[in-house]
Design a protein around this ligand. Sequence first.
Ligand code: F0G
Length: 351
Amino acid sequence: THQWRGIIEEYRDRLPVSDTTPVVTLREGGTPLVPAQVLSERTGCEVHLKVEGANPTGSFKDRGMTMAISKAKEEGAKAVICASTGNTSASAAAYAVRAGMVSAVLVPQGKIALGKMGQALVHGAKILQVDGNFDDCLTLARGLSENYPVALVNSVNPVRIEGQKTAAFEIVDMLGDAPDIHVLPVGNAGNITAYWKGYTEYAADGVATRTPRMWGFQASGSAPIVRGEVVKDPSTIATAIRIGNPASWQYALAARDESGGFIDEVTDREILRAYRLLAAQEGVFVEPASAASVAGLLKAAEQGKVDPGQRIVCTVTGNGLKDPDWAVAGAPQPVTVPVDAATAAERLGLA
Ligand code: F0G
């Protein structure tokens, strides 16, 4: 009876819904804000992880999707469509099931993690693998939504941003005020836009006394905002953020500049190092793209950009189970033993 009700009910007065909006929810949000001991030691700061992989479909997309699908249902839509690097499609597929709608998803061929593909499949989405990248998928999805009876639920749909801004509310509600710095991975740039909106709304209403500096990190092979130009053939092992022409580019620049922050890049090597550190030293298993925020924080600390004593929140956007290949890759195969305590003890180094 005291379960978290989902972001629409928890933040109803701050979202564009009315009494007649059908609430389509899987009780998303209310995710853990976990103190990060090793990252705090390394930076001399108080670092927290906002663990968005704890959402119902395993990523932050659920916050936006409960809004997008609820509004689409309110408007009478029977079908929804999205372009996706995997997480948006998994979320859209699940929420469409709850709403009794058909979902169609466009994904870049061969470039989405198996767990995400499995989610879309098992939730019954109609999936097309596009011979192109995410940016091509988004162009196609926009065109289809303009010409056919299907609602677009990508973050170019402003109600997605409204839902996703609630993560910033939760952080302020938990900490009592905004942090000094908020760090995020950046792909299509919807999430950094959403957090900035949430933080500025809370500050404007006096719920927070200030806003954080927004630090965003793109993967080096997919860093159009850092380069200042579209990347035609984006590449990175962090497939979730393999995006060359972010839809919310201008909003990301606004978040960066209005907050006094910056947007930088991290290499795949740095991403994987942070990915392993999070799992092996903080006990938090995320997907590679999510580790870009932490990789960025560590890079900034090494560059002397992190003054000690600050309160920092890193969003880790998706669950490690989405893309377990990276956990297994390079790790030693577990040894096989007979059903024998002495042998097992010996192999475990206990004897
Ligand atoms: N982290 C993960 C795990 C993501 O799935 C995404 C985006 C991002 C970070 C970047 O967020 O796009 O708002 O800047 N995934 C989208 C998708 C593109 O289709 O699932 P962003």
